[in-house]
Ligand binder design. Structure first.
Ligand code: ADP
Ligand code: MG
Length: 462
């Protein structure tokens, strides 16, 4: 008997689970799902692009092997991110209009409701998973109201805010809610760029009537990133008509943008004014407390237990977007499974090093001499040795590290760094910095030594 995609994948996962540490399994594989076959390839979705790359790289061979054992023949597996797939590159409306590039893989959802390709909404983007804080309260309340009573309260609903603050998430949440509570609703989620591309194609193919028909048979139209309409007159025109048709028919329209309607330049006035007919709600960057709540919720959802000090570090180091915080959590997971260590505060510092960590700005009193002294101490030599002409390894290594860290932390001119080390010229300094840079890539022990030293300097422990 033929096995289904999900049976094959379940088998592969079960096999992987016996090989891998539980934390790695939970982190990387538990959120995956087989979504079908394409030709002779099994298609698997993972929660993010990072997961996709990681799984292919680290576990691809293992998974393929266990599938081959089960089936008695090889089967290739391709992975894709459900996050990126959720922004529907393949928005499948009825086939009476222009041809789309049809979805490359057969959807696991039944075809009975063609206007509502439910797998185009990211099912993870729900109200339940969204953390409400002072920064987004109004927007969330408005989105909920719209989901519960479409086209009654706020039409259109216009949500704006910076990148990575949850606009797309909330938009999908409305769609997901309605899909669940009023499954007959015709929902279309469409990023503005896609709307534009479809229009261009339909014009080229002389099929604009079909385009219009499809967009005007929708109960809930979700148009993401409407600021991309700026400067596109023909698309604005078409959108204007779509908007009016839906609005007049009392259908719900939800729009997101990176700016308030009044700040959208390059957009026709008649559109801008319509955008403000309903409710305009903004989302601001989350405050500290909300960031803590988000890190807690996200890490728990990933089955990851973080100590309070680590949660605090993530919340402090990522201040401008929630996406950035998600990236930091993924990085922690990666770091911990790569090094097979629990996520302690020290490990977290190391893992998030390149992120901006406001608690770790050098104190104003940190000087080149402090860094030089600290480097010498870390390698157990006298600071004098570092400024001397000696070229034995015991002093050259800490000397190079000190130069490297002075450049990195204080960003002094190379000539001044050279001068601080007994009058060396700037090419020597460049050479040292490059050498350290290279060794950091290849020598893990050296890298962690340098990173401990950096942390000690930055936290004022020198
Ligand atoms: P935007 O569309 O505003 O650029 P997204 O909706 O794509 O942002 O959000 C970026 C990521 O951050 C998504 O994975 C989303 O789930 C998450 N996110 C944003 N805000 C929140 C929040 N308040 N609670 C939980 N997750 C959030
Ligand atoms: Mg978005």
């Amino acid at each position: 008997m033929e096995l289904s995609a999900s049976e094959i994948w379940a088998h592969a996962l079960a096999a992987a689970r016996t090989y891998l540490p539980e934390q790695s399994f939970q982190t990387w594989l538990s959120g995956t799902e087989a979504v079908g076959f394409s030709d002779d390839e099994l298609l698997v979705e993972a929660p993010s692009q990072f997961h996709v790359e990681w799984i292919e790289d680290k576990y691809g061979a293992l998974l393929r092997r266990s599938i081959e054992q089960r089936l008695g023949r090889p089967l290739s597996v391709s992975y894709r991110s459900s996050a990126s797939h959720a922004s529907p590159a393949a928005f499948a409306l009825p086939a009476d209009g222009p041809t789309y590039s049809s979805p490359p893989y057969r959807s696991r959802i039944s075809e009975s409701k063609p206007t509502v390709p439910s797998d185009k909404l990211n099912e993870r983007y729900t109200f339940d998973r969204f953390v409400v804080g002072n920064n987004n309260q109004l927007a969330v309340a408005a989105c909920r109201a719209v989901a519960e009573k479409p086209a009654r309260m706020y039409n259109p609903l216009f949500v704006y805010g910076g990148v990575g603050l949850g606009k797309t998430h909330l938009m999908h949440a409305i769609g997901n809610y309605l899909q669940q509570h009023a499954p007959q609703t015709h929902i279309a989620y469409v990023p503005t760029e896609q709307f534009t591309n479809e229009l261009v194609t339909s014009i080229q193919e002389g099929a604009t009537p079909g385009f219009r028909r499809r967009y005007r048979h929708i109960d809930l139209l979700l148009v993401d990133d409407i600021h991309f309409l700026e400067g596109k007159e023909r698309t604005q025109e078409e959108f204007f008509h779509t908007f009016n048709a839906l609005y007049d028919a009392q259908k719900q329209i939800v729009l997101t943008s990176d700016r308030a309607p009044s700040s959208l330049s390059g957009l026709e006035e008649r559109l801008v004014s319509r955008f403000a007919w309903g409710l305009v709600a903004d989302i601001k960057p989350p405050d500290y407390e909300t960031r803590i709540a988000i890190v807690r919720k996200k890490s728990a959802a990933d089955g990851l237990f973080l100590e309070d000090d680590v949660i605090d570090l993530v919340a402090r180091s990522c201040t401008s977007s929630v996406r950035e915080m998600e990236g930091a959590i993924i990085k922690l997971l990666a770091f911990s499974s790569l090094t097979n260590q629990e996520i302690t505060i020290t490990l977290a510092h190391e893992a998030l090093q390149e992120s901006r960590i406001p608690t770790l700005v050098p104190s104003p009193s940190t000087s080149a001499t402090d860094i030089l002294n600290a480097s010498a101490a870390a390698w157990g030599v006298e600071p004098r040795g570092l400024v001397s002409k000696r070229r034995t390894r015991d002093v050259t290594v800490p000397r190079q590290v000190a130069m490297f860290l002075i450049k990195e932390i204080l960003d002094l001119p190379l000539t001044r760094i050279g001068a601080a080390f007994g009058g060396r010229d700037h090419s020597t300094v460049i050479h040292s910095i490059r050498k350290v840079d290279r060794d950091l890539q290849t020598d893990e022990e050296f890298a962690s030594r340098v990173s401990r030293l950096r942390e000690q300097i930055l936290t004022g422990g020198v």
